[in-house]
Design a protein around this ligand. Structure first.
Ligand SMILES: Cc1cc2nc3c(=O)[nH]c(=O)nc-3n(C[C@H](O)[C@H](O)[C@H](O)COP(=O)(O)OP(=O)(O)OC[C@H]3O[C@@H](n4cnc5c(N)ncnc54)[C@H](O)[C@@H]3O)c2cc1C
Ligand code: FES
Ligand code: FES
Length: 484
């Protein structure tokens, strides 16, 4: 049984431990980090633009301890509830410049780089841009243009234009030491002070209950006691209920502190990914082994979102325009659902029941996602068609897999997102292709069948005709990319 901390959280800000006692202050456990920071006199650099993860103006960096070292990640503070930063360091734009007795005020190298590249005009987006560049500086020594773009694609700017910001990022040095590096031992000591002993958190205010367990069993127990509780992992979906729909989240069970949900293991035949793993952490594990998965993640939202958003949260949301699900269909992945009495494994295809409805029972949580390792003779692709490459929702997405024997199609899975109320396989097209040669004539026929299989909606993202045409064209793209 882990110890429980009641009503308080602690984190590091401005090099000091800050304690928030929710019962004796006006903050709620679901107050966002953005709102909290902006309530402080010395952290108004963090800006609110959209309050829904789209603009990056609220970007801050969270530093956390893993295996004795500090890891830095840029996140959208508008999506983070305060208890999610317990035991971590929050770094804002105000913390970057550093004063020494010898040299006076010294800008951080990323601030100097942005200034020298003329990377700011009105300045509204600048604190967020600086913090994204700081995340880049701490993670990628001497970044190239692609890496800079990857770190900046969650930051919108309406006046400067992105080239100077990219130039600033590309000029960052290979040596990424700074005063944060020099101070890490002290930061680790502060983190240890907070986490000794490590405690789960229970916050009860007059209007809300917020639980942050350390184990799955505690989470399941809390779920049993509070069947109506909102579950969250990365909160990139859930936080919008509050910030956009103005819902009061009365009871929350926050899974973000459960280490076992963030484990990754593999055997000769499968990858097992903890449901609480953030997409960016999955990229690090799979980039050489399952490039199709990291391609899906590359196109998913922005760096700041991917640092928070979990794979379990993505599947559980069961949205028809969700990116992971079509790919997981095509990879024949399954989910492990855990209750206090049993574990059961279900294919992702059987897990998705209907529009935003899954097979999860009230007493269950998703524990992990199991992906069979594709055979050598298998080709897998993920395609996402959207109006913008990044921070955009798919108009149509597709996860395809193909196994050939000679030139004959031994197995084919064509899973589409954005074409129906749920992710759906084009089974008639699959059946038509099965056993046939993988050639252009058959693909052209298959393109006609796939168009007949779906009756997609027209909405703000795309018209039904456009979606139907794209679904067929993606099949041709797959063919052209996989012919020997
Ligand atoms: C700006 C922006 C851009 C986005 N872009 C994309 C995109 O490109 N592609 C895309 O697919 N999605 C996108 N999303 C949606 C969202 O980021 C993803 O669905 C994300 O993966 C959700 O994960 P999370 O951990 O943040 O989930 P949360 O918000 O914490 O939870 C989402 C749902 O999952 C449930 N849940 C979470 N963990 C578990 C668990 N272990 N067991 C059972 N239920 C659980 C929660 O109860 C909730 O219903 C975007 C969101 C934003 C705000
Ligand atoms: S305020 Fe726009 S991303 Fe947070
Ligand atoms: S400098 Fe004005 S929004 Fe970027």
């Amino acid at each position: 049984m882990t110890r429980v901390k009641n009503n308080t959280i602690q984190f590091i800000l401005d090099n000091e431990i800050v304690t928030i006692d929710f019962v004796h202050c006006s903050l709620a456990p679901t107050t966002t980090l953005l709102t909290y920071l902006r309530s402080l006199p010395d952290h108004k650099g963090v800006k609110e633009g959209c309050a829904e993860g789209d603009c990056g103006a609220c970007t801050v960096v969270i530093a956390e301890q893993k295996n004795g070292t500090i890891h830095y990640k840029a996140v959208n503070s508008c999506l983070v509830f305060l208890p999610m930063i317990h035991g971590k360091q929050v770094i804002t734009v105000e913390n970057l410049a550093h004063t020494t007795t010898a040299k006076g005020l010294q800008l951080h190298p990323v601030q100097t780089a942005l200034m020298e590249a003329d990377g700011t005009q009105c300045g509204y987006c600048t604190p967020g841009v600086v913090m994204s560049l700081f995340g880049l500086y701490k993670n990628v020594p001497a970044p190239d243009r692609t890496e800079v773009e990857e770190y900046l694609n969650g930051n919108l700017c309406r006046c400067t234009g992105y080239q100077p910001m990219i130039n600033a990022g590309a000029s960052l040095p290979a040596n990424n030491d700074d005063w944060f590096t020099e101070n890490e031992e002290h930061t680790l000591q502060l983190i240890q002070t907070i986490n000794t002993p490590q405690t789960s958190i229970t916050i009860e205010t007059s209007t809300q209950s917020y639980f942050q367990p350390l184990t799955i069993d505690e989470a399941l127990q809390a779920k049993e006691t509070h069947p109506d509780a909102v579950i969250l992992s990365g909160s990139t979906d859930i936080s919008l209920k509050q910030t956009k729909q103005f819902e009061l989240l009365q009871t929350v069970i926050d899974l973000s502190a459960i280490d076992s949900l963030q484990e990754f293991t593999e055997t000769d035949t499968v990858f097992t990914i903890g449901a609480g793993m953030a997409l960016e952490s999955i990229t690090k594990k799979l980039q050489n082994q399952l490039p199709v998965f990291t391609e899906m993640i590359r196109l998913f939202a922005s760096k700041q979102i991917r640092n928070l958003a979990t794979i379990g949260g993505n599947i559980a949301s069961a949205s028809p325009i969700n990116d992971a699900i079509p790919l997981l269909f095509s990879l024949e992945a399954s989910v492990t659902l855990t209750s206090r009495s049993e574990k059961r494994e279900l294919s992702v295809e059987d897990f998705i029941l209907s529009y935003r409805k899954t097979a999860i029972q009230p007493n269950e949580l998703i524990e992990n996602i199991i992906i069979p390792k594709p055979k050598n003779n298998c080709s897998n692709r993920f395609y996402k068609v959207s109006k913008r490459e990044h921070v955009d929702i798919s108009s149509v997405s597709a996860g395809f897999s193909l196994e050939l024997e000679g030139n004959l199609i031994k197995k084919i899975i064509l899973a589409y997102g954005g074409m129906a109320a749920t992710t759906k396989r084009a089974t008639k097209t699959e059946n038509f292709l099965l056993g046939s040669p993988w050639d252009q004539r058959n693909i052209q026929q298959a393109m006609l069948i796939v168009k007949d299989e779906f009756t997609p909606l027209s909405d703000v993202r795309a018209g039904a005709d456009y979606r139907t045409m794209v679904a067929g064209n993606l099949l041709m793209k797959f063919y052209l990319e996989t012919i020997a």
